[in-house]
Write a protein that binds this ligand. Structure first.
Ligand code: PRP
Ligand code: ADE
Length: 179
């Protein structure tokens, strides 16, 4: 039977998580559906096929699930950007704020070589704080960012504009209005 559903149809909204007033866009329902998950990964990869990409960087934690699948599809390596204290080797760190909190992310210093072309992948773009921190880490290692790919954009929070002002090419699959 043909599948008329789009990626956004697989994503559920959970009000007041993790704080009152936040509508949490839950992608676990997308990941758990074989057609939904394949559709999302195929659409994330599509604009980058034929471009030079040496590494995919996934942002913890949901970016690991998508980024791993995207890296596999592009036949390139995967690099995690992790929350502070999780990576065992030498790291660079960046502090940032996101829609509902503050955190520090890290990358292994030997994960990306100068001049390597990198695709950044995460599930969702809200304020762009997390992605900006990841981009800074990659650029501090001398990586060059080919693009940033997300399943969900929350345009009212301004993340796309923020990344585009940094010169990034931003690819998203669906948008939700309302914070
Ligand atoms: O654009 P921003 O305002 O930075 O928000 C987006 C980030 O927030 C979520 O991650 P979260 O920090 O909740 O981490 P998790 O994936 O480990 O749950 C989401 O997966 C993005 O990484
Ligand atoms: N509204 C939201 N839903 C899911 N993840 C998020 N990360 C930041 N804002 C979010």
């Amino acid at each position: 039977m043909p599948n008329s559903k789009t990626v956004s149809d697989y994503i559920r909204a959970i009000p007041d998580f993790p704080h009152e007033g936040i509508i949490f866009r839950d992608v676990t329902t997308l990941f758990s559906d074989p057609r939904g998950f394949r559709m999302a990964v195929d659409q994330l990869v599509h604009p980058f096929v034929g471009q030079r990409i040496d590494k995919v960087v996934g942002l913890e934690a949901r970016g690991f699930i998508l980024g791993g699948a995207v890296a596999h599809q592009l036949s390139v390596g995967f690099v995690p950007v992790r929350k502070q204290g999780k990576l065992p080797g030498d790291v660079l760190s960046e502090a940032y704020t996101l829609e509902y909190g503050k955190a520090v992310v890290e990358i292994h210093t030997d994960a990306i070589q100068p001049g390597e072309r990198v695709l950044v992948v995460d599930d969702l773009l809200a304020t762009g704080g997390t992605a900006t921190a990841g981009i800074k880490l990659i650029e501090r290692l001398g990586g060059e960012i080919t693009g940033c790919a997300f399943v969900v954009d929350l345009p009212e929070l301004g993340g796309r504009k923020r990344l585009e002002e940094l010169g990034m090419s931003v690819h998203t699959l669906c948008e939700f209005d309302g914070l």
